[in-house]
Design a protein around this ligand. Structure first.
Ligand code: 6GU
Length: 238
């Protein structure tokens, strides 16, 4: 998969050199391009924002640098041939977007090319979204119901959630199937040695060697946890 990110803080994404995603980049499973929006400005101050039309607090990101930065990734407008393969999916992280979920991560993990456009301030001029919507698939995506200062941290989370679902990125694919949000329930609690620690014992069933009993116990734990903290995830009672 190819991933491009446009941001005024390219250094934010230096951490993508680390850990599993860093390895995936080294092995070529993920190809990452991080682009500085300010490289697409032409004034001395490398201005990317301006006051909002209609008034109000804060600043809005100007359309021209965004148009130039995204054209550099997508190609110039009207240069796309009629029978060209579908282009990249363009994602605008935004608290006004649809909610990012494990299902969306899975869907995005099958794409050949994702482009993330990280806005700051009060957002990006809406015409940037409208223009690129006319040229291909565009999605506004939110992590959840709270406000971050910009899209960078949200994009980092999305890339980690998507990247680990690309075949080969996580060494043991079985470790993906029993996680929270994969089977519709939260995951069960895990324990390792020692069997007793600070007066707390590992649940005896896990030491029993009875795989049927262990499976049942884990599923009960999943149900109990989900009922307690995320009842919204349970199917409606019949
Ligand atoms: Cl994607 N962006 C911002 N700025 N705030 C958020 C968010 C995204 N998701 C939740 N809060």
């Amino acid at each position: 998969m190819r991933i491009d990110i446009v941001t005024i803080f390219p250094e934010f994404f230096d951490v993508l050199d680390l850990s599993l995603l860093g390895k995936a980049r080294q092995s070529g499973l993920i190809e990452l391009g991080v682009h500085n929006l300010r490289d697409h400005t032409h004034d001395r101050h490398r201005t990317v924002d301006d006051t909002p039309y209609g008034g109000g607090a804060g600043m809005v990101m100007k359309p021209e640098p965004w148009g130039a930065a995204l054209d550099a990734i997508f190609g110039e407008p009207d240069s796309v041939e009629a029978d060209a393969a579908p282009g990249p999916i363009l994602i605008f992280p935004s608290p006004a977007g649809e909610q990012f979920t494990q299902a969306m991560a899975r869907e995005l993990s099958k794409q050949p090319h994702l482009v993330f456009a990280c806005g700051r301030y009060e957002g990006i001029d809406q015409r940037v979204v409208d223009h690129f919507q006319a040229r291909g698939e565009v999605r506004l995506v939110s992590l959840g119901d709270y406000v971050l200062n910009g899209g960078e941290v949200a994009v980092m989370a999305m890339i980690e959630a998507v990247g680990r679902l690309i075949p080969g990125v996580v060494g043991n694919p079985e470790s993906l199937v029993e996680e929270s949000h994969e089977g519709g329930l939260l995951e069960y609690p895990s324990y390792t040695k020692p069997a007793s620690w600070r007066g707390l014992d590992v649940p005896p069933v896990l030491l029993s060697g009875n795989h049927g009993a262990i499976s049942t116990w884990r599923h009960d734990q999943q149900l109990e946890r989900t009922r307690r903290v995320r009842p919204d995830l349970l199917p409606p009672a019949v």
